[in-house]
Structures are given as structure tokens and as C-alpha cells.
Write a protein of this length. Structure first.
Ligand code: HEM
Ligand code: ATP
Ligand code: ATP
Ligand code: MG
Ligand code: MG
Lengths: 193, 221, 51, 249, 221, 193
């Protein structure tokens, strides 16, 4: 990947205040094709908040974000309705974002073939996370913003996330992930809050 | 850009509305229940009932739209779906409108369709006017749902939003309730009332989605 | 057909409604039973699908 | 172990109902047909009570009795299930509810059609009888809606049993409270203390009709229970088939 | 064993009820809104309003208890609090009763206390009877809350439980609504009615907690 | 610890069916003072379900559980109301279970001194988990049932959990924890589903 490429995502001078407390200030970052940035920091330092700002969900107190490409958001909450099954959920979002995704293939890939028709209310924690992760495969979006992507996953699941990330980067995608521990994460750089 | 996200939002909300199991039967149960409790409270004098009937139906429609809407956006904010819709690549106002429409279709329209039955229960005389009233109730309840949606979006991140919604939405319901009641009264001034009702519903459909969109962005912040 | 007094319409309405509801319910129950039997037989061919 | 004995038990029921249900259908057909013939053609019209309209009784009264009997059956089945967890009791409760609702609706509909020429109104809001039957109808609907809203069978069974038992405690209270209202409805003349007060020409066809409705109700309950048993078996087999394939999460 | 868990459950529910911000004002807003909408619908004839007033208040109380209760147990089941209460070392029925009582105190009782004001809005004459009615409304709404609690607990794990609750709870509300209306009517049979109302409320308080407990265990399962 | 001690928690012949599918069957386990059992298994194999059965929250399809001592339950959901702060939450439960706990000390111990008065709706994921974990310190209960206790915690937080567990065992307590990965967990035995 060419590091002189146009940045996919740029944040400059980002600062955030939450409840009279300065969470972070003057944060700048640039994400280019193929990069994988890891966000580190103790609990409550503002990783989730920064990711939401980058995704455009939260308005920063200072600074600005420039998005040159669409991005996928994967947060603590999975965005599943209790009555949805992994299959109906993925079908719905595939339709919303433009069709073309092969739902069955995605389900199998994510290890969701068996609980594909179980309502989300009954899914195990890991199955819920896998369903949410599967959304990343429905539409190609160059930037992925992942908040603790390994949470609740078993060893297989964590290896799967690594593979997804590697493939995404190989295709010219980029990502920022907030991660605790997980020394083995295939990162190209990191930022500590 | 494309209508696909709107269709998806619409579909998801329909699914949500029907997911309780008995689906559209439930608001009907609510309205039926209210219709039963009211005469229990006020007695069975046919004249009183006939006078009160249409008004009670409007109130029941308003209240059941509140009950239906309470959780629409609050649930979206809590389970993370709102974040996804804000990034779905379609105007948030259009998505909010699609969701509201879906809920109206599954909880508002059936109530309107059953209104002649309920009117008969309130000792109204069987007449073609009852069928005209179905249209009026349908129009009016559409406005109720849109204004209720604004209230629901505003209180999406607040606990006990339901009651806050009622506080916000009830004043907005007033014009609709007045024009609706007027149109059915057959009294003086009732000829223009259906038009006024339609106009106020149109106004709701035109304005409410933008208010909802702004409130939803706030809820995700 | 028997001849009734001025209330004939009400009487026929009641008997008609009764017949309709009872027959429709019976039909529905029997069709559902058939469908269930067929679904089970497809999975577990046995004597008339009895489990 | 209890897991497997519960699976085995319905077999006995399938064998029993296999010959009992057709018998019930045939007998109920005969009874209802005879009742209809008597009610429409044979029985003379009652000159004191509105003339021919009283013929409606042969539909209305059996429906009313069955409405009440079916709620009792629902409550008893729920109670048995709650105490002994006998799967058949749950199946029975599940299928009784919609059938009971049908007969309750029939009672309401025929009663209110009968009311129009007799009392001059389709519906009277503070009539004790009408209101208590209406609430019975609501209880059936609530029971079905609750079961439908639970997505696992076990939960549907438990929730349904709780509601049916609370309802059973409440039905007398509902009846008692609405009885304080005035009622247009006549008092009991068949099940009256001191024996029936009705003329035999009316009494016999009425009793036979009621028997016919009850037999049909029983037969329908049996058939629906067979359907439900088969459906549950089907679901288990499907799950077992899935179990075989796909070793993924 | 000890009353400490019950007090905690009570305290937590009070906090929850007030947490929306405006707290107990909200159900009042709801009732007020209904009281405003009803005359809009039925016109302002003083006699009709006076006849209809007490009945409408009963209905409004019943419906707003439904709206209030909808989320009580559903929220507990969703956020994991229910699991904690089931292990709190006190009978589940007592905990459910404590929670229901707290919600009645913050949403039911205030409505009853404001009832004279609303009665005046419905053209009732100012008289000491209005104060007696406060007690009747308070008693009746307590029964509404307990039966509504059963509905809420039963539908705690169901989406759109609110509407299911209404279907379940409305038949259970009937005796209370009837005795209450009877007691206020001043007509024949109204002398014994307050006692009957008290008895049916007592019955609700005695039976409902056990049904709630069974339903809550089910919701956690 | 004496392994001949009376078992604190025993499960025999436990079996569970979920949606027509057998999750597990004939599971037996015994937990004695000082033991720490790790529950392992891929996503969706029934770890959470088994723990809920042991806690008495879910009814097993077959088998029975004998609890000789009270237990603490720590699940995927934290049991926090959105408007509660860590301080009010812990005060409430300390009162419910009998007083005596020093709330300020517990808050400091769990690293919650700073967000002690922030409403749960605004807490970060890790802060929520820490608040829920803090409940374990409010009352001494010999058995702890922990469902993925490390989720969302930073390095400090994970070390803290290890310390809590070690101290709990030293005091004669016992625990069962469902865990993915985390090779370093100080366990005395494990069970794979
Ligand atoms: C919607 C309206 C009505 C409802 C819900 C209703 C309900 C009932 C019920 C529940 C019973 C069984 C009572 C018992 O055995 O204790 C019954 C019986 C009966 N009803 Fe009705 N009824 C309605 C209207 C009418 C009307 C309009 C008439 C005729 C004027 C009528 C005549 C009878 C008769 C003759 C019996 C048999 C009573 C006996 O001999 O025990 N009903 N009805
Ligand atoms: N209204 C508020 N008042 C005070 N503090 C607040 C308020 N809203 C948010 N905060 C604080 O802001 C921070 C939000 O952090 P964020 O969720 O971004 O953390 P994080 O780095 O993702 O942590 P974790 O690793 O635990 O997920 C928390 O420390 C929280 O206590
Ligand atoms: N109604 C149902 N129908 C079908 N399957 C169900 C139903 N309810 C639960 N399940 C299945 O039961 C399992 C529950 O697993 P549980 O939550 O105990 O898993 P877990 O081992 O804790 O997994 P994780 O590591 O992901 O947390 C899941 O596989 C789920 O799909
Ligand atoms: Mg975070
Ligand atoms: Mg789990």
C-alpha cells in the first residue's frame, strides 16, 4: 500500500469534554488505505467516544473529521432487535445497503449456520457479536471502526476477526480498532489515549 | 439516493410491530378495552353514549398511538440500531418517516378500520357516515402517529419516555382532535372540517420527519 | 323451509352464523390436522405418520 | 429421565383419540342435526316470549354453556400442568383456548342478535350477562396473545398457566361485580334450583343440542391435540436433523 | 428473613419512577392531557360532561397505570436487575409487591390526589364528596397497579409488551372499575360499594404478588 | 484447602434443551471450598446457560443442583439502571444484603473513584463491568458464578479480577467462571462444554 495515498479518514484537533471533564484534546490522526490503527487506553479514557466522533455519530467539542470514504461502525451494542434472527438481520441490511451479498455464505463464514434462525433474544453473547460482525461483509466500505471486536468471541472467532482484518487491508481497506490486551493484533500503528 | 434503506427501515419496523405475536390484534384489544371501560364508568344511557362515542374514539386513537410509539425510537437508541440507521446512507428524516408509517400501518390503520364496529357499540345508528368516518379516523391517526413520533424521538434517551412523550405530543394532537371531532359532529362549520383535518395531517407529515431527524441525531450523540 | 314470523331474518342470521362458525372451525381444525400429519410423515415415514 | 417420559406419554393419547374422536364427530353430528330439525321445524313457537325468535335458544344456550365450560376446562388443564407438568395438559390448554373463544363469540353474537328484536338493542353496556361473557372473551384472547408472544413452548406453557389460573380466580369476582348491574337477561330456567322450569318440548331438543355441541367441542379438542402433538414431534425431528449436520458454533 | 431487600427494591423503584426528570409530574400530564382531549371530542355541554366525568377519570387512571407499568419488569429483565432480585434472599412475591407499591406511590397516588381538580374541570360542583372520591380513586388505582403488575410481569420478555399488558389486565380491572363507578354514582346499591371496592383491592393485593412472582421467575428463565 | 470438605455446590445429571436442541446432557460437577473451576467451550455451547442453572435462575431440563451456600451471580448484563451511579448502585445493594460494606473503599478498590457519581447511561463499557464486579465485594458469599469476568476490562482491571479471585479462594470461597482464552487464569480445574 502506498502511504502517500489520499487519506480515507482524517481527524484534526479533536477534543471532547464529557460532564465538565476533558476526555482528550488535540487529537489528530490520518488513516490511509491498508492501515490498521489500534486505539489503546485504560477504561473510560474515551476510546469509544473518539470512535463515535470519527464515525460521525457524536459531535466533537473541538476539531473536525474529514471522511473521504464510507465507513462501517461496530460498537459495544450490536444493533440487533430481539425478534430478529441472524438471517433476517443480515438480509435486511444487505437490502438496505444494496444487494449482492450472499447471506448464506456470510452466515457460514461467520460460524452462524446453526443459529441462523434463532431469535437474537436467545442467541449467546458470542453469537450476537458474530452477527454484528457479519454486517462488515455485506457491503464493501473502505473504513472500519471497530470497538472491541474480540469481545465475547471464542478462539475461532478471534482468529476469524484477524483473517477478516487482514483481507480487508489487502483489498485496500483501513480500520481503527479499540482493543484491550490482544498483543497479537495485526496493527500498523497505534494511538494511546 | 436510493429507496433501499427506506424500504428496509419500513420492513424492520413492520417486523418489530408484528413481532409481539398477535401483532395488529393487540392495539385493537387496547382500543376495545378502552371502549368497554368507558361505558362501564359512565353508564349505558344511549343518548349520552351516542354523544360521547366519537370523542372517546378519538381519544382512544390518540392514546393508543402513544402507547404504540413509546418504544419505537427508544428501543433503537438502546440496542444500537439507531447508530446503524444514522449511517445507512439515506436522509434520516426519510427513515424516520418510513418507520412511523410502518407503525401507523400496523397499529393505527386497523383501529380506524374497526371504528364503525366500535361506533355501533356506542349506539350509533348504522349509516354510510360511519364509513366516511373511517377515512377521517385514518387521516387523523396518521397525524397522531407523526406528532407522537416527534415526542418519541425527543424522549428516546430518557427513562420513562412514554409519559414525557404524552406531555410533548398531546398539545400537538389538539388541532387534529378538534378538526376531527368537528368533521364528525355534523354541526355548523363541519363542512370545511375534513379539509382542515387533511391539511393539518399534511402539515404533520411534512414537518414532523425533520423534527424527528434532528431529535434522533441528538439521541445518538 | 319453515315459515317464521316477522323476526325470520334474525333467526336465520343466528342459525346461519352458528352453522358457519362451527363448520369453519371444524374445517380449519381438520385441515390443520392433515397438514401436521403430512409434515410429520415427510420426516418420519411410519404408519399414517403417527409418532 | 423426566425429559423422556414426557415425550412418551402422548402416545397413549394418540392411540385413544384415534377411535374416540371419530365417534364423537359422528355422535355430535347426529345430535346437532336432530336439535336443528326440532328447533327449526318441530318445536311450536312460543306465543308468550316473542314468537318464533325463541328458536335462537337452540344455538345461543349451548354456546353459552360451552363458553363457560371451556374456560373451566382451560383453568383445570392449566392447573394440572402447573402442578404435575404433564405435557398433555399443556397441549389441551393450548388448543382449548381458541375453540373456547369461538363458542364464546358465538354466544355473544347470537345473544346480541336475539337482543335486537326482543329488547330493542344490540348491546347493553351495563347488562351483567353480556359484560361478563364479553370479559370471558377477552380473557381467551389475552391467553392466546400471551402464548403467541412467548417464543418457546415451555415459556408459553408457564405464562399461559399463570394467566389462566389468575383468570379463574377472577372470573367469579367479575361475575359478582357485574351482577350488581341491572340485567335484561332472564334468569336460569334449565339449571334452576328445584329442577328445570322449561316445557319438555323445548327442554329435550335444547339438551340434545347442548350435548351435540359438547361432543363436537370434545372431538375438535382431540383433533387439535393430535395436531399439536404431531407438530411438536415434527419440531423435534427437524432439530435432531440439524443436530446431525453443521458442527459450527 | 429481613425487610432490607424489600426496602431496597422499593427505593430502587422510586428512583426509577422519578428518574425521567419531571418524575411524578408526567403521569399527571398524561391524565391532564386526556382530560383536555375528552371534552374536545365530546363537546362542552356541562350536563354531559358532569355525567361523564367520574367515569372518564377511572378510565384515565386505568390507562395511565398501564402506561406506567409497561416497563417496570421489562426493564428489569433487560438490564439484568431481575437476576439480582431473584437472588436477593427475600421472597420474590414480596419484592414484586414492594416495586409495585413504589410505582403506585409515584404514579398512581398523585393522580388520585389531583382528581378533585380534574373533576372541577369536568364541571363537577365543588363539594366534600370530591375529597371522599380521592380515597376511592386511591384504593381503586392500587388494585389497577397490582393487576397491571401481573400483566407487566407476564409480558416482561415480550416486545411490545405494553399492548399485551392491556389485553391481559383490562378484564382484571373490571371489578374495580365497576365498584368504583358504583361508589361514586350515589345511585342505588352505592352504599356498600366502597366496601366492595376495598375488598376487591385487598384481593388484588393478596393474589397478584404470587402471580407476579411466578411470572418473574419465568421471565428470568 | 481440604478437598474432603462439604461441597458448596453440586450439580448432577444436568441436561438442557433449548429450542428443540440438546445443549448439553448429563453434566455433573462438585465445587468445594477454595476451588476455581473454569468453564470452556465455543460460542453458543451453553456456558451461560449452565451458569444460570447453577445460580438457580434457569430451570434445568433434567438433573438437579444442590446449593449449600449462597452465591453471587455476575452475568453478561450488568444489572445497572441507566440513572444509577456506581455509588448509588452499590449503596442500594449493600443495604439490601445487609450493611457493613464501606462503599468508598470498594469504589476506590475497583478503580471507580473518578466516575463514582456518573450515571450508568454515560459510563464506559469497562466502568460498567467494574461496577457490577464491585457487588462481589459487598457481601461475603462463598460461591461466585462469573460469566466472562474479563470482558471490556483493561490490563489493570484484569489483574484486579485475578487478585479478587485469589483472595476469595484464600478465604475459603470457591468460584466457577466461563472464560474465553485467558490462559493465565488461576484455575483449579476445568470443564469443557
Ligand atoms: C349478547 C347478549 C347475550 C349474552 C352474552 C348471553 C349470555 C348467556 C349466558 C352466559 C347464558 C347461560 C346462563 C346460565 O346458564 O347460567 C345464557 C342463557 C340464556 N340466554 Fe342469553 N345472552 C344474551 C342475550 C340473550 C337474549 C337477548 C335472550 C332472549 C331474550 C337470551 C335468552 C337466554 C336463555 C333463554 C337462556 C337459557 C337460560 C337458562 O335456561 O338457564 N339471551 N345467555
Ligand atoms: N455526563 C458525563 N459526566 C461525567 N462523565 C462522563 C459523562 N459522560 C461520559 N463521561 C465519561 O466519559 C468517558 C467515556 O468514555 P468511553 O466510553 O469513550 O471510554 P472507553 O475508552 O471506550 O472505555 P472502555 O475501555 O471502558 O470501553 C467515561 O469515563 C465516562 O465516565
Ligand atoms: N429458543 C431457542 N431456539 C434455538 N436455540 C436456542 C434457543 N434458546 C437458546 N438457544 C441456543 O442455546 C445456546 C445458548 O448458549 P449460551 O448463551 O449458554 O452460550 P455460551 O456458551 O454462553 O456462549 P458464548 O460464549 O457465546 O457466551 C445458543 O447456542 C443459542 O443459539
Ligand atoms: Mg468503550
Ligand atoms: Mg455466554
Amino acid at each position: 500500500m502506498n502511504s502517500e495515498a489520499v487519506p480515507l479518514l482524517t481527524g484534526t484537533g479533536l477534543g471532547m469534554i464529557r460532564g465538565e471533564r476533558v476526555l482528550f484534546r488535540e487529537i489528530g490522526l490520518t488513516l490511509r488505505a491498508g492501515e490498521a490503527l489500534v486505539l489503546r487506553g485504560a477504561n473510560g479514557t474515551g476510546k469509544t467516544t473518539l470512535l463515535r466522533i470519527l464515525a460521525g455519530l457524536t459531535r466533537p467539542e473541538t476539531g473536525r473529521v474529514t471522511r473521504a470514504a464510507p465507513c462501517h461502525w461496530f460498537g459495544h451494542r450490536e444493533g440487533l432487535k430481539p425478534q430478529e434472527t441472524p438471517r433476517t438481520h443480515l438480509t435486511l441490511w444487505a437490502r438496505a445497503w444494496g444487494p449482492g451479498a450472499d447471506i448464506d455464505a456470510v452466515l457460514t463464514r461467520m460460524g452462524l449456520a446453526r443459529p441462523a434462525d434463532v431469535a437474537a433474544r436467545y442467541l449467546s453473547a458470542g453469537q450476537r457479536r458474530r452477527t454484528a460482525l457479519a454486517r462488515l461483509l455485506l457491503e464493501d466500505r473502505p473504513v472500519w471502526l471497530l470497538d472491541e471486536p474480540y469481545t465475547a468471541l471464542d478462539a475461532d472467532g478471534r482468529a476469524l476477526v484477524d483473517t477478516l482484518i487482514t483481507q480487508h487491508r489487502a483489498k485496500g481497506g483501513a480500520l481503527i480498532a479499540a482493543i484491550h490486551g490482544e498483543a497479537g493484533f495485526p496493527a500498523s500503528g497505534d494511538l494511546t489515549l | 439516493m436510493t429507496a433501499a434503506p427506506l424500504l428496509s427501515a419500513f420492513r424492520q419496523s413492520l417486523g418489530e410491530a408484528w413481532a409481539g405475536g398477535a401483532g395488529a390484534l393487540l392495539p385493537l384489544g387496547f382500543l376495545g378495552g378502552a371502549a368497554v371501560l368507558v361505558p362501564l364508568g359512565i353508564g349505558s344511557d344511549a343518548d349520552t353514549l351516542r354523544a360521547v362515542g366519537p370523542g372517546i374514539l378519538w381519544v382512544a386513537l390518540a392514546l393508543s398511538s402513544l402507547v404504540t410509539l413509546e418504544r419505537i425510537f427508544q428501543a433503537d437508541a438502546e440496542d444500537g440500531t439507531l447508530d446503524l440507521w444514522l449511517q445507512a446512507g439515506a436522509p434520516v428524516s426519510a427513515i424516520a418517516a418510513a418507520k412511523t408509517l410502518a407503525h401507523w400501518l400496523s397499529a393505527g390503520l386497523p383501529l380506524a378500520l374497526f371504528s364503525p364496529l366500535l361506533a355501533l357499540m356506542f349506539q350509533a345508528e348504522a349509516s354510510p357516515a360511519l364509513l366516511v368516518n373511517v377515512g377521517l379516523y385514518a387521516l387523523g391517526s396518521l397525524a397522531f402517529f407523526f406528532w407522537g413520533g416527534v415526542g418519541a424521538a425527543l424522549s428516546a434517551t430518557v427513562r420513562r419516555g412514554g409519559l414525557l412523550i404524552s406531555l410533548i405530543a398531546l398539545p400537538l394532537y389538539v388541532p387534529t382532535a378538534i378538526f376531527g371531532a368537528l368533521a364528525m359532529s355534523g354541526g355548523p362549520g363541519s363542512t370545511g372540517a375534513p379539509l382542515l383535518l387533511a391539511a393539518s395531517t399534511l402539515f404533520a407529515c411534512a414537518v414532523a420527519p425533520y423534527a424527528m431527524a434532528a431529535a434522533l441525531r441528538l439521541a445518538a450523540d | 323451509m319453515p315459515e317464521f314470523d316477522k323476526n325470520a331474518a334474525y333467526i336465520w342470521a343466528c342459525f346461519g352464523l352458528g352453522a358457519l362458525m362451527i363448520l369453519a372451525t371444524t374445517l380449519q381444525v381438520i385441515l390443520a390436522a392433515r397438514a401436521a400429519r403430512r409434515r410429520l410423515a415427510a420426516l418420519e415415514p411410519g404408519p399414517d405418520g403417527d409418532a | 429421565m423426566s425429559m423422556w417420559s414426557a415425550f412418551a406419554n402422548p402416545l397413549k393419547f394418540l392411540r385413544l383419540s384415534d377411535w374416540l374422536a371419530p365417534l364423537f364427530y359422528a355422535a355430535s353430528g347426529l345430535c346437532i342435526a336432530w336439535g336443528l330439525w326440532q328447533g327449526l321445524w318441530v318445536v311450536p313457537k312460543d306465543e308468550y316470549q316473542g314468537g318464533d325468535i325463541m328458536r335462537v335458544m337452540f344455538v345461543h344456550v349451548p354456546a353459552a354453556w360451552l363458553a363457560m365450560a371451556s374456560y373451566s376446562a382451560l383453568a383445570v388443564a392449566s392447573f394440572i400442568w402447573f402442578i404435575w407438568r404433564h405435557e398433555l395438559a399443556d397441549i389441551a390448554a393450548k388448543v382449548i383456548a381458541p375453540l373456547g373463544a369461538v363458542w364464546t363469540a358465538l354466544c355473544l353474537a347470537t345473544g346480541s342478535i336475539w337482543g335486537k328484536p326482543t329488547w330493542g338493542t344490540w348491546w347493553q353496556w351495563d347488562d351483567a350477562r353480556m359484560m361478563s361473557v364479553l370479559f370471558l372473551f377477552f380473557l381467551f384472547l389475552g391467553y392466546m396473545a400471551l402464548r403467541a408472544a412467548m417464543d418457546t413452548r415451555q415459556k408459553a406453557a408457564r405464562a399461559g398457566a399463570i394467566l389462566a389460573m389468575v383468570g379463574a380466580l377472577n372470573v367469579p369476582l367479575i361475575k359478582f361485580s357485574v351482577d350488581l348491574f341491572t340485567s335484561l337477561h332472564q334468569g336460569a330456567s334449565v339449571m334452576a334450583a328445584g329442577g328445570p322450569k322449561m316445557a319438555a318440548v323445548y327442554l329435550w331438543p335444547l339438551m340434545i343440542s347442548a350435548l351435540g355441541h359438547s361432543l363436537l367441542f370434545g372431538a375438535l379438542v382431540m383433533t387439535s391435540m393430535r395436531t399439536e402433538i404431531r407438530d411438536r414431534r415434527t419440531a423435534r425431528l427437524r432439530a435432531a436433523a440439524l443436530e446431525g449436520g453443521g458442527a459450527d458454533a
